[in-house]
Every structure is written in structure tokens, then in C-alpha cells.
Design a binder for this molecule. Structure first.
Ligand code: UD1
Ligand code: UDP
Length: 357
């Protein structure tokens, strides 16, 4: 069996890494196709270096663009490579334009598609990711749902039971595999001159937050209000989309400790030692939940309701008052929830399923 692993952005490299390692370990026939949706060193190559992954066999170098432009370019590039490689199955992960383009192209070429992290729903069609997820799920042959909620979402939408497998999320594998490595390889707290549990960590990059002048301004005001309330350092590794918008809107970052996007080992260590994490990222909501760190999500909804159920996460939206009240509440509560995203053996399970069938 030949597997095509399609990826293109930071979170896909991280969440595909356990599957790549599993293919290597079992000496399987596979290739990595990078679409080049992310291309800056800190959003791309840094993760191949950090995670010691083999370099992709193909890189389409599609770069940034409008949704149609990016999705279309990826489809054209993937078609050519599928024709050449003729894989038995392609795997896509998550909900980016790379995922939609990969699944759509492969399924039209009658190549089987496995969707890793299937069944997530925010029920908010204004998010491009929600459209990508729904379409990808409905054209995939293997749906690897991370949790019972995701599994049930798929069944409720009429997707055949035989296609759906509850496997956990590969992010648990990635966290378990890399947290120890991080301890030995990096010391980001020392680099930033901060103490464990004495700082807040923030990330924000969702288009619906940072492309809106009003919402981004509110998020930055909320961060400044937090700083006033707690007098703790606030570390903000800035995603390139957010950096561009802050510049375009002419917003100030005074009082906030910003950094470039960080490598995975550095970022994992920062999360694991934070007092509290504020984010609109999907992966960060999961990682904080897995590592026992409280999280506040700067959104009005989430496709990760498991984190709300277990109590690791709260939705605060972007208003300062709500951010401060949520922070107070999260810091006053006990942190002993169970991780709902699996046992760290998701990649093993996925490859077993593909090889059994
Ligand atoms: C994409 C995904 C989003 C995911 C995120 C992970 C879609 C629709 N969105 O959003 O679901 O959560 O990746 O981080 O697929 N840029 C660079 N260097 C890069 C990449 C991007 O400078 O390596 C800048 C460009 O100005 C670009 C902007 O960031 O226009 C946005 O990049 P894009 O890939 O379109 O979307 P993301 O916001 O990264
Ligand atoms: N991440 C990282 N460095 C950073 C910020 C995030 O390595 O500076 C990692 C984080 O640990 C998580 C992933 O990037 O695994 C999340 O990616 P992102 O927030 O860009 O996308 P999303 O998960 O929202 O799709």
C-alpha cells in the first residue's frame, strides 16, 4: 500500500508528524506532499527541523492568496503528483484549504481519502475552516474522529458508520512524544527571562478575529487590561496574518512581549509552564487541555466542545470584561480534568486501520 501524506500549514505538520513517524517505523511506502500554503521558515521548515521529520518529496510552493486562488493552485499541483505517484490512499489532516483541495482532487481521481481529525463542527459557516471540514468529511472514505462528539456529529450527518473510526487525536501523540524532548533541548523560560506559572501566553490568528479591525482592537485592549489587572508578563508569539493586520491597522503593542512564531518545542514548553493561556487556535485549545493548563478561548464558539465539558477551557469572546472575568474564574478553579483526546496512540491506530482493510 502506498500512502500520500498531504500537508501545508503549521498545525498540519505538527499533527501529521506522529503518522509520518509511524510510516517510517513500519517501513511503509509513503510520500509527503507539501502544498506550500505556509512557507516562512518559522511557519514551515522550523517544524521539520524541530520534529526531525524527513523533508517532503514534493512542495507545490503555492504560497498565499485568496481562497479560490490558493485552493485552485493546490488542486492543480496535487492532480499532477497523484497521476505520477498513484497512491492507494491520501491522508489529509484538519480543516485548511490544503485539506479541502487535497480531498477534493483525490476523491475525483478515485483515490481513497482518509480525513484525520474528522467530525469537528463549530456550526459557524462564516469560518472558512467549517466549510473545509464539512466538505472533506462528506467526500472521505475513512473518517478518523478524535472523540465521541466528533464521531456522533458524522453519524448525525448521515455518513456511513463503516467509514467512521474513533481514534483519538494525533495531537496527543505529538505532545507526549515532544514534551520530554523539549525538556532536554530548549529552555525558552530562560531565553525570555520569565518564571514558570508567572506569565500569560497568548495566540490569535483566526481570520474572523484578526481581519476585523474592531475584534482585533478589542483583543489587544483585553491583553492590556489583563496586564493592568495582574502585572504579569504577557507573551504573544505573533502569527504572520496577525502581524500584517496589526501593521495595516496601525495598532500599538506597547506593554505586550511579542515574539516571532515559535518552534514547536519552545511553544510546548511555554504552554506547559503558563499560568493561563489565551487563544483562538484550535490546536492550542487541545494542547492546554492535554497538559492540564487552563485556557480561555477568544471566540464565541468552538469546534472543541470537549474542552468546555471537562472544564479546561472557557469561551470569552473578545470583550475586555469578559476576558478578565473568565481569567479570574479559570484561575480560581481546580485543574484536574481528564484529557478527552486519546491515549497518544492515535497514529498507530490509524495505520492499523488502513493496513487491516
Ligand atoms: C491557515 C488556515 C487556518 C489555520 C492556520 C494555521 C485556511 C483557510 N486557513 O490560516 O485554518 O488555523 O493556517 O496557522 O486554510 N503568511 C506568511 N507566511 C506563511 C504563511 C502565511 O507570511 O508562511 C501570511 C501571508 O500574508 C498570508 C497570511 O499569513 O496571506 C495568511 O496565511 P493563510 O495560509 O492564507 O492563512 P492562515 O491565517 O495562516
Ligand atoms: N504553535 C507553535 N508556535 C507558535 C504558536 C503555535 O509551534 O508560536 C503550535 C501549537 O503548539 C499548535 C499549533 O501550532 O500545535 C497550532 O497552530 P495554529 O494555532 O496556527 O493553527 P490551528 O490549530 O488554529 O489550526
Amino acid at each position: 500500500m502506498k500512502i500520500g501524506i498531504i500537508l501545508g500549514t503549521r498545525p498540519e505538520i505538527i499533527k501529521m508528524s506522529p503518522l509520518i513517524r509511524e510510516c517510517e517505523k513500519r517501513n511503509l511506502k509513503y510520500f509527503i506532499l507539501h502544498t506550500g500554503q505556509h512557507y516562512s521558515y518559522e511557519m514551515d521548515l522550523a517544524f521539520f527541523d524541530d520534529l526531525e521529520l524527513p523533508k517532503p518529496k514534493y512542495n507545490l510552493d503555492v504560497g498565499s492568496g485568496s481562497h479560490a486562488e490558493q485552493t485552485g493552485k493546490i488542486m492543480v499541483g496535487i492532480e499532477e503528483i497523484i497521476n505520477k505517484e498513484n497512491p492507494d490512499i491520501v491522508l489529509v489532516q484538519g480543516d485548511t484549504n490544503t485539506v479541502l483541495a487535497g480531498a477534493l482532487t483525490a476523491s475525483k481521481m478515485h483515490i481513497k481519502v482518509g480525513h484525520v481529525e474528522a467530525g469537528l463542527r463549530s456550526y459557524d459557516r462564516r469560518m472558512p475552516e467549517e466549510i473545509n471540514r464539512v466538505i472533506t468529511d462528506h467526500i472521505s472514505n475513512y473518517l478518523f474522529a478524535p472523540t465521541k462528539i466528533a464521531n456522533d456529529n458524522l453519524l448525525e450527518e448521515g455518513i456511513g458508520r463503516h467509514k467512521v473510526f474513533m481514534t483519538g487525536n494525533t495531537i496527543v501523540d505529538a505532545v507526549y512524544q515532544n514534551l520530554k524532548i523539549a525538556e532536554n533541548k530548549v529552555d525558552i523560560l530562560k531565553d525570555l527571562d520569565i518564571q514558570s506559572k508567572e506569565y500569560f501566553l497568548i495566540t490569535a490568528h483566526r481570520a474572523e478575529n484578526v481581519d476585523s479591525r474592531e475584534r482585533l482592537e478589542k483583543i489587544l485592549k483585553g491583553i492590556v487590561a489583563l496586564q493592568k489587572e495582574y502585572s504579569l508578563p504577557i507573551i504573544f508569539p505573533i502569527h504572520p496574518r496577525t502581524e500584517n493586520r496589526i501593521r495595516e491597522f496601525g495598532f500599538s503593542l506597547d506593554g505586550i512581549r511579542t515574539t516571532k512564531p515559535l518552534g514547536f518545542l519552545d511553544f510546548l514548553q511555554l504552554e506547559a509552564n503558563a499560568k493561563l493561556v489565551f487563544t483562538d487556535s484550535g490546536g492550542v485549545q487541545e494542547e492546554t487541555c492535554i497538559m492540564g493548563i487552563p485556557c480561555i478561548t477568544l471566540r464565541d464558539n468552538t469546534e472543541r466542545p470537549e474542552t468546555l465539558e471537562v472544564g479546561s477551557n472557557m469561551l470569552a469572546g473578545v470583550e475586555s470584561d469578559s476576558i478578565i472575568q473568565s481569567a479570574k474564574k479559570m484561575m480560581s478553579e481546580e485543574k484536574n480534568w481528564l484529557n478527552p483526546f486519546g491515549d497518544g496512540k492515535t497514529a498507530e491506530k490509524i495505520i492499523d486501520i488502513l493496513r487491516i482493510r
